[in-house]
Design a protein around this ligand. Structure first.
Ligand code: A2P
Length: 303
């Protein structure tokens, strides 16, 4: 997922649950590598996540960190420095993407991180000319063995709390906003997490349900509830698109009692627009008093 810092920081200030729980007395790796002296990783794998018939092209890129001091926590982001120069002849600006792997690295590659990146291709509405996002196309086109310059990690708030075993989690994602939850889920299940976890994932097509097989395997855990909202293939009764917020309403009989538990945390990651819809759904289904409590337990990373 591509991350825009400013929005996130603003949102954290407005809605952050309790900064002390996450930040104080906690060793969070931060900015180990900077633009002036990036970490040079090696691409170990680049796999297309969307199915071939999808109009979208999203990739899972594993970067080896062997020999570096790069460490991170689930929910943090890494910067990618695309090779080459921009139109002004300056090196391309850093692009931030959420890390999709567990802190111990990608399976089979103990010292690594992975990124989940959607290729951005758009048309200039005036000229009709095709434009390609620099960072996403660079990252999606990386080949095994290529060197890639990384900065970071960044982010000290969109993290699991240290005492995660004492919480329940509701993860709400759209598109590549699924990335941080992949790492968090791995961490929870590796630690035999027994409380409730909901993952509600919105995506345009069935061919774009990222990491579907992996999350499907977690379904063997009775405390894991995985729900998808396929916006361009499923419809609400009134004919409108199904979004994450509609699934929240649909499952309110189970979600309201969970939200009443004061140790339930909600994490939202993905398109900025989803935030409003989720708050509206919460307001519809929760009494005002509960909604006021819940909104203090929301962590947001939107772009
Ligand atoms: P749609 O684009 O059909 O309107 P991706 O990043 O891969 O495009 O996926 C983003 C998903 O989030 C899509 O299914 C998209 O639906 C959906 N989406 C778009 N706007 C909102 C919104 N305001 N609230 C929730 N989901 C949204």
């Amino acid at each position: 997922m591509k991350v825009k810092c400013q929005f996130s920081i603003l949102n954290y200030q407005l809605f952050f649950y309790d900064v002390r729980d996450f930040v104080m007395d906690r060793k969070i790796p931060l900015n180990i590598y900077k633009i002036s002296s990036p970490c040079v990783g090696t691409v170990l794998e680049n796999k297309k996540l969307t199915q071939p018939s999808s109009p979208n092209d999203t990739h899972h890129v594993v970067v080896g960190l062997e020999g570096s001091s790069y460490t991170y926590l689930e929910g943090q982001s890494a910067g990618v420095l695309p090779a080459g120069m921009d139109e002004k002849g300056k090196p391309h600006a850093v692009r931030l993407y959420s890390i999709a792997s567990h802190r111990s690295g990608e399976k089979g590659y103990p010292f690594s991180l992975s990124l989940c990146v959607k290729r951005v291709v758009y048309q200039n509405p005036q000229t009709g000319q095709e434009k390609r996002g620099v960072g996403s196309n660079y990252t999606c086109d990386l080949k095994t063995g290529d060197s890639v310059k990384l900065t970071g990690p960044v982010g000290n708030r969109f993290l699991l709390p240290e005492n995660f075993q004492e919480h329940h989690f509701i993860f709400l994602a759209t598109g590549t906003g699924i990335a941080p939850f992949r790492g968090m889920l791995a961490h929870l299940f590796q630690n035999h997490f027994k409380n409730e976890i909901w993952l509600i994932f919105g995506t345009p097509y069935k061919t774009d349900v990222l990491y579907e097989e992996e999350f499907g395997q977690y379904r063997s855990h009775p405390n894991f509830h995985f729900v998808t909202a396929i916006s361009r293939e499923e419809k609400n009764k009134d004919g409108s698109k199904v979004y994450v917020q509609h699934r929240i309403l649909e499952h309110q009989a189970k979600l309201i009692p969970l939200l009443r538990e004061t140790n339930t945390l909600l994490y939202i990651c993905g398109l900025k627009g989803m935030e409003k819809g989720i708050h509206e759904a919460m307001q519809v289904m929760c009494p005002q008093e509960l909604y006021e409590q819940v909104r203090k337990r929301i962590l947001i990373e939107v772009y």
